[in-house]
Design a protein around this ligand. Structure first.
Ligand code: GDP
Length: 300
């Protein structure tokens, strides 16, 4: 078991008790430990660098109050800054979904295959139906994998929402438009569009999802990312963030044993709030994202 950050810093600062301020000299070695801890939590290097620079700026000159050691003071700065970067500074409303002025509100789901997009679509439909009392329609724009369409139909039925069938010969843009027409006619409050995922980032896929976005102008475009992806999360996030005006992120598989460094990497790249966390395979396994809890998890 790795030491948590407090324990690591305690070892470093044994020799410097009694110092009243955090200085360039007494923080340098501690910041190296913070950097190692973040890399071990699988945060991508550019995000680590940005974070360390920020912590350094905040920490220098900080008074070490009362019985705190310089290490504890620095841990305090790290915890505060990490929670802020995870989204604590965005306020509690940041995790709320927006709804269109005029229904149906469209939610577009984006992300690689296998990250949990379809499962999350089912979870969202359940959440919106039960917690927000919305009438929800789902549709799959994945014309390449009939199994994905059947999976969406199955999870949608399980949560008691409505499902718009996809014809494999239709184009994704037409599917989205047809589903929107249907949703309008049948007074749905929300239409969730699940999209095709590929195993890797490819140009054709990005163009396709950008075209779906342009055709229906969603009020929410959610990037779904797997917490287990670790450092790779940064490249996927970049590709989707460049292709689409994302409005938020869903971080899935947080019930796994990853430390969740992907959260920081994705925030670093997109700047968008992480709105939800996926915490189980089951359809009730969706929680509002908690930045402070996530910061503590990354620190170990
Ligand atoms: P998609 O290809 O992105 O649509 O991914 P799926 O929704 O098919 O999910 C891929 C796998 O991840 C399935 O086995 C899901 O049950 C699983 N999964 C999705 N979300 C979570 C989660 O939050 N926790 C866990 N443990 N498994 C999840």
């Amino acid at each position: 078991m790795l030491d948590n950050l407090t324990q690591r810093l305690a070892k470093v600062v044994k020799t410097m008790r009694g110092e009243a301020r955090l200085t360039e000299a007494n923080t340098a070695e501690m910041l190296r430990e913070v950097r190692m801890a973040l890399l071990e939590a699988d945060v991508a290097l550019p995000a680590v660098r940005e974070f360390i620079a920020k912590v350094k700026e905040k920490a220098l000159g900080e008074e070490v109050i009362g019985s705190l050691s310089p290490g504890q003071a620095l841990v305090g700065v790290v915890q505060r800054e990490l929670a802020a970067l995870m989204g604590a500074d965005l306020g509690p409303d940041a995790t709320q979904l927006s709804f269109a002025q005029q229904p149906p509100a469209i939610i577009l789901m984006a992300g690689l295959q296998g990250v949990g997009k379809t499962t999350t679509t089912g979870k969202l439909a359940k959440y919106l139906k039960e917690q927000k009392k919305k009438k929800v329609l789902t549709v799959s724009a994945d014309v390449y994998r009939p199994a994905a369409i059947a999976q969406l139909e199955s999870v949608t039925k399980q949560v008691g929402a409505d499902f718009f069938p996809t014809t494999a010969n239709d184009k994704p843009v037409d599917i989205a438009k047809n589903a929107l027409d249907w949703a309008k006619k049948h007074y749905h409050d929300v239409l969730i569009i699940d999209t095709a995922g590929r195993l890797g980032i490819d140009e054709a896929m990005m163009q396709e999802i950008a075209a779906v976005h342009a055709a229906v102008n969603p009020v929410e475009t959610l990037f779904v990312v797997d917490a287990m992806l670790g450092q790779d999360a940064i490249n996927t996030a970049k590709a989707f963030n460049d292709a689409l005006p994302l409005t938020g992120v869903v971080l899935t598989k947080l019930d796994g044993d990853s430390r969740g460094g992907a959260a920081l990497s994705v925030r670093h790249v997109t700047g968008k709030p992480i709105k939800f966390a996926g915490v189980s395979e089951k359809l009730d396994g969706l929680e509002a994202f908690d930045p402070t809890r996530m910061a503590n998890r990354v620190l170990g």
